[in-house]
Design a protein. Structure first.
Length: 293
């Protein structure tokens, strides 16, 4: 009988007694290129929690349980047509130890310093993966959030560090997945402007970062007039799934239309699929895969 993957309690034991097992699991893993076959991608995202953002549909601690989140991620990653995961080191390592990333695309989340609700939220420093580690582990690339607020001086540090990371990833021939937003504060909270003009402006800033854009991809929200938004770039783009779905059918129809645009390569979706209103992760993922494929 084949060895079963370690359970949750065993993960803690491995981390305590054999932390080197994480590097060994990464070295033994069979990876894959970013694109295969049709060139379309379905990526499951799980990096909100590392900024202290644990809420789902009004429940502020919905993602607090690591056991529950891992269970949901493993259900999603096991569905046919799912290409890989976008996550922080802690989650990637648990999934590696569980054997859930074999033959999968892995995008490491890089800047998680802009904690939700903090006075320094837009000074989004790089506190997770770095390009050297991503390359050493044989992953496909790194993702960075790039929120731009003209009234917040923290944005310039984020821009600087994103530009530097893009160049360092490119030198290693790794994808830099940039998620730009034109942002502002309202009632003490950071809000992203999702008007077409603001998204277009953020695209132009993001695609100009770094010493080269050869390996830069964009991760963009689905907004009104996506045809005009996508005319702003020639970079490969994945669509951001957005917040958990209240009316899934309406959102799926919006995704389907945007997925037909030439530069769009697929979806990166997290909470919207991992925490669907009816709790059926597999069904939500299968529906999204059907739209992408």
């Amino acid at each position: 009988m084949a060895d079963l993957p370690p359970g949750i309690a065993e993960l803690t034991e491995i981390r305590a007694w054999r932390p080197e097992a994480i590097a060994a699991a990464a070295a033994a893993r069979t990876g894959r290129p970013m694109l295969e076959g049709s060139g379309r991608l379905m990526i499951v995202a799980a990096d909100h929690q590392a900024r202290g953002a644990l809420g789902v549909r009004g429940e502020p601690m919905a993602m607090a349980s690591r056991v529950d989140l891992l269970d949901r991620l493993e259900v999603a990653l096991a569905r046919p047509g799912v290409d890989g995961v976008l996550a922080t080191p802690d989650l990637v390592e648990d999934l590696l130890l569980r054997g859930a990333l074999e033959g999968r695309v892995v995008i490491g989340s890089m800047n998680r310093g802009g904690l939700q609700g903090a006075s320094f939220e837009l000074d989004d420093r790089f506190t997770a993966y770095d390009p050297e580690t991503l390359a050493a582990l044989g992953f496909n690339g790194g993702k960075m959030l790039c929120r731009i607020d003209l009234a917040d001086r923290g944005s310039v540090r984020t821009l600087e560090h994103c530009g530097r990371a893009i160049g360092e990833l490119a030198r290693r021939r790794l994808v830099a997945m940039v998620e730009p937003f034109w942002s502002h504060r309202a009632d003490g909270r950071v809000r992203n402007d999702l008007s077409p003009a603001a998204v277009i402006r953020s695209v132009h800033v993001a695609q100009g970062l770094g010493a080269t854009s050869a390996y830069t991809w964009l991760k963009l929200p689905v907004v009104e007039d996506m045809e005009r938004v996508m005319e702003a770039t020639t970079l490969p783009t994945l669509l951001l799934g957005g917040d958990p779905l209240e009316r899934p059918d309406e959102v799926y129809a919006t995704w389907q239309k945007a997925l037909r645009l030439p530069a769009v390569r697929g979806l990166v979706v997290g909470r919207a699929l991992l925490y669907p209103p009816d709790g059926d992760v597999a069904a939500a993922v299968d529906t999204a895969v059907g739209l992408v494929r």
